[in-house]
Design a protein around this ligand. Structure first.
Ligand code: HEM
Length: 149
């Protein structure tokens, strides 16, 4: 094959396109923070969007989308076990798992209250329910996460 034949040129072009792509896509050493952590990050983002859309009654559809996303992610979190609990002595784990699950149930109930207020078109009740949902972040983390999480 001559170096400047069309096939050869095409091969060079292809290598130029694919080559750097391969090195860019080489897996990086990203520590796996786990499924629960990933869901929590989505919850945090949804909470921020929710806070902004609650300021404007005309955006209640956006608020409803975010609250549904939070509920789905919270339900997934309820079925998982925080890292902190997996590190406890075996005999302490069952009680802590139950406590965590119970708090998650309250967390979901608060989110349903918020959804109900939005569907009822009651901004005051929505504000109160939103504060309740948001307040559960700190108390939940105090009980079920390590300092650095
Ligand atoms: C609106 C409420 C909440 C938000 C926005 C939120 C957000 C987050 C975020 C962003 C993380 C990742 C680590 C970090 O950056 O801090 C996290 C981790 C975590 N959160 Fe939440 N969270 C909320 C409520 C809760 C509740 C109610 C609980 C417990 C019942 C909880 C339990 C945990 C646990 C256990 C982790 C560590 C993950 C693991 O152990 O694998 N969170 N949360």
């Amino acid at each position: 094959m001559k170096l400047h034949s069309p096939v050869c040129i095409a091969a060079f072009l292809l290598l130029g396109l694919v080559g750097p792509g391969i090195s860019r896509n080489t897996p990086q050493e990203v520590p796996d923070k786990g499924e629960l952590y990933g869901h929590m990050e989505v919850i945090e983002e949804a909470l921020g969007k929710l806070r902004r859309s609650l300021r404007d009654p005309a955006r209640s559809d956006e608020a409803l989308d975010q609250i549904v996303l939070m509920q789905e992610k919270s339900l997934a979190c309820k079925g998982l076990v925080p890292h902190l609990i997996t590190e406890l002595p075996v005999e302490e784990r069952a009680a802590m798992e139950r406590d965590y699950r119970r708090v998650m149930v309250d967390f979901l109930i608060a989110q349903l209250e918020l959804e109900a207020a939005l569907l009822d078109g009651d901004p005051d009740a929505a504000k109160t329910a939103f504060k309740q949902v948001r307040s559960m972040e700190e108390s939940g983390h105090d009980r079920f996460t390590r300092e650095e999480e």
